[in-house]
Design a protein around this ligand. Sequence first.
Ligand code: GAL
Length: 341
Amino acid sequence: MSIASDVFTLKNSNGVEVTFIASGGQITSIKVPNAAGEFADIVIGYDTVEQALAGDGYFGALCGRYANRIVGGQFSVDGQDYQLDINNGPNHLHGGIDGFNSRIWEVESVASDNSSKAYKLSLLSPDGDQKYPGELRIEVIYRLTEDNEFFIEYIAETTKTTIINLTSHAYFNLKGAGTGTIENHKLQINASGFTPISGEIETVTGEIIPVAGSAMDFSSSKAIGTTCNSNDEQVKLVDGIDHNFVIDDYDGSLRLAAVLSDPVSGRNLKVFTDQPGIQIYTGSHFDSSETGKLGAPIIKWAGLAMETQIFPDSPNKEHFPNAVLRPGETYKHTCVYQFGY
Ligand code: GAL
């Protein structure tokens, strides 16, 4: 039986190291080199496990059952209406008050070969958990390869028709956690559309609009600060970026979704996924009230979350990708973070 504070580390022969805890499967550090062989911890968070357990429950965590927002916490499947907890403004966020990010995941080492090392994280979510229907069995594999790729592979099965959208919530700062904001980081996203939000409902309207000509245009690599500091209406609503991008040519196969790079350290990060969307969040709510790594305050825009996912509020938007999981079906999701320089 795992306990919340259990710490696990994956390390490859290049010295890349991914550390996580059983609570929420929270990734607490990722150490990667740059071209000069200098290592930095590139996920924001805390210096100790104790702080991580007491701090922001979403840092590096596995989120579910439904990561992101569901308008009014309401949805229906097979003619049955469900009302989930409202835990974020008028909406349901990241699976509710006791989401998967605060559960103790059962962690076991799985057979590794010369090219990768892995852990399996398992969770049993009972029927009615957070008012979602069906008993859900979830397995997540964290795998680190010799090519400096960190794979997150999810599978889940249910006993009753339910909805599902799992993701991982690390905030990256390629210069190193605690060294400033990500305004100078460059971002490129393979998305020609995004799902705009409304200030009134505090999440997506249901539209999919082109990024072209707007602050959300990351089709070519661009400094994130250019967008965060712009007067764009969508940016102003959330004081940065907190938007779902619609990945081009989605067909369920693994494809490159985004590339983040830091001109100062020279490090970069490629995100691959088989999911239709990616939530880009600049950590706009951090207000320096918490002390993070290197003893530095966790400041606004301290890191960038890139959460591969189905779209927000998909269960209520017929034209959004399917988030319904039925008995006998298997939910599958792969996200790969590849570290380079
Ligand atoms: C993100 C979400 C943000 C914020 C954050 C958790 O996924 O898009 O709005 O809620 O999670 O603090």
